[in-house]
Structures are given as C-alpha cells and as structure tokens.
Write a new protein. Structure first.
Length: 330
C-alpha cells in the first residue's frame, strides 16, 4: 500500500488511544489485525483503501480462517476492519464539512487547507466490512474454582510482608471480581476501607465502584501496615513488589500460580479465574444477572450471561449424577 494509505492506520490508532481511551492491549490487537489487512492488500495489489470492497474483505476473512484463526479472533479482526473504515469515512465527512464552512466564510487560506485535507481523505462510499461475519465458534465455559477450593486457596499461612500482600490481592480479586489490569492499576486513593469500596477503571476507561468484602478489607488493612515499610517515596500503587514499586501483571500471575501449587489446588489457577468464580458464585446465590453485570463492569448483559450457562451445566451434572431416572448404569 502507498505511504499515504499506511498513514491512515497510524492516525486511526492515535485516535483510538487518545480520544476513545482504548488500552495498550487493545491497541496491540488492532495493530496486529490491521497489519494482516495491509498484508492482504499488498498481495492483492490494492494500493489505496478506496480500492477495497465488500468481496475483498470477505476473501480476507476466508483466508484468515483457513489459515487457522479462530472464529473469536476473526470476529475481533473484522470488528477492527469495520471500525477502521468507519473512522476513515467519518474523517472524510468532517473534511467535506470543513470545506463547506470555509467556502461559506470566504477565507482563502482556510479554503486551501480544507481542500488539501479533503484530498488526503480516501473517498469510500460504503464500509466494506459491513455484513461480513466470522463463523460462529463454540463459546468456551470459563474456568472456575468451587467454594471449597477457593476457601482452601485463600487460607494462606500467617505472616507479614509478601504473604500479607498476596493474601490481600487474592482476597480482593475474589471479593470484588477485578480484572488483572484493574488490580495492578489501583492506587491508594482508589481504596476506601471506611466505606469498604474500591474505585476501578475498567475497559474503555469506564469507572465503577465495587464493594469490598469483610475478609478482603481485613487483609487489605494488614497489607497497608506492611506496605508502609516497603514502598518507595512517592509511589501510590496499592500493591508493590519487593523493590517498592508497582507490581507488574506478570508478577501477580506468578504469585497466584505459586500459592495455588502451595495450597494443593489441582488445577492451573490464574488471576481471571477469581473473577469467573466471583460471578458464578454470586449468580448461584442471587440469580441477579443485572447486578452481577454492574459489578463486573460489562457493557452488555450478553457477556454476563455466559455465567448462567455455566451454572446450568453445574446443575445438569448434579442432576445426572443424583436423579434415579438420570443415572447411567455402571
């Protein structure tokens, strides 16, 4: 593709991170997906974005799928394509509007700048990614720990320092259903132990306030006393490493896996499993889907509904193992 065409990818990523507030992880995914589209265009000798049509995007999707891309990843890739072309088309409309206003005002310099900007915008009549859909994949069921194994995992031995920190982290994961990125981003002002709440910045920089359970609050109080002797001056991170600075995601993952092995948990445990268990256990007890959606910070209730499927499978297993008309003969 031409350098001018590639420049639009950079503009799009800058727009998504600065104005839409997308996370670095999402930006990396968009960069990878659009790089795949650029590679496809180069092979098809499509040098400008306006040369790409609906059939090209359909062919692109077929090649990605035949190349081993999962349906879920392909859905994300096509979403990136649609979002990118939506951005380019919107910039074209903005440029046309700027030219109209400049010509109405009669300022020659403004008219010149507006015409130059309009020439740079690809003239795309329709979003080529519209109505191109990935094949439906089988939706995986989240990994969870039952209440007994979760209780065993959280029964850490008595101790201060890093043990107190790790206990507080895992209690907070399970108590409040936090994502890994949300937990490592927490600062001292985010935590209100008096009201037993924590302010969380989720995906898309959307804030929510979630409750902190009594055991998590007690573990956090113990950790804050230990933290005072470990933290570097000026560091506001709630959870810090040995060096007194904010913990990395990888460090948290390693500590969770370490304690799972130490406590004799017979499955691989990772931070997001606390979130899955939090949602599943709440739904089993309350059946309040909307409430769990708010606590998790899901934009769509359809995302939360996966936990109802999990609960049903759990009940189906109990039924199959206990009902006299459902049990299979040995």
């Amino acid at each position: 593709m031409t350098p001018a065409a590639l420049l639009w990818v950079k503009r799009f990523r800058r727009y998504m991170t600065t104005e839409r507030g997308l996370s670095p992880h999402t930006d990396t995914n968009y960069a990878r997906d659009l790089a795949a589209l650029v590679d496809f265009c180069d092979k098809e000798k499509l040098r400008r974005w306006q040369m790409l049509d609906h059939q090209h995007v359909r062919t692109f999707a077929m090649r990605c799928h035949s190349g081993g891309l999962s349906p879920r990843s392909l859905q994300r890739r096509l979403s990136a394509v649609r979002t990118f072309f939506g951005y380019v088309m919107r910039e074209r409309l903005n440029a046309e509007d700027s030219l109209y206003r400049a010509e109405k005002g009669g300022n020659a310099k403004e008219i010149g700048r507006a015409r130059k900007k309009l020439r740079e915008c690809p003239q795309i009549r329709a979003n080529p990614g519209t109505d191109v859909r990935a094949p439906k994949g089988k939706r995986g069921i989240p990994d969870t720990l039952d209440t007994d194994r979760m209780a065993r995992l959280l029964e850490l031995p008595a101790g201060g320092g890093l043990i107190a920190r790790d206990r507080a982290m895992m209690e907070l994961f399970y108590s409040s259903g936090l994502r890994l990125a949300e937990l490592v981003a927490l600062t001292l002002p985010d935590l209100d132990l008096k009201d037993r709440t924590v302010r969380v910045e989720g995906k898309g920089r959307k804030e929510r306030i979630v409750p902190v359970g009594s055991k998590a609050a007690a573990a956090l109080e113990a950790w804050l006393k230990e933290r005072a002797g470990m933290v570097k001056a000026g560091e506001l991170a709630l959870f810090v490493a040995r060096n007194g600075r904010r913990m990395s995601r990888r460090s948290v993952q390693m500590r969770v896996a370490y304690w799972a092995r130490r406590q004799g948990i017979d499955v691989h445990v990772y931070p997001h499993m606390f979130r899955h268990s939090f949602a599943t256990h709440l739904l089993e007890s309350s059946q309040e889907l909307r409430g769990v959606q708010e606590l998790l910070g899901h934009a769509s209730i359809r995302t939360t509904q996966i936990y109802t499927n999990l609960d049903f499978q759990h009940l189906a297993r109990i039924y199959g193992a206990t009902h006299p008309r459902a049990r299979k003969k040995a």
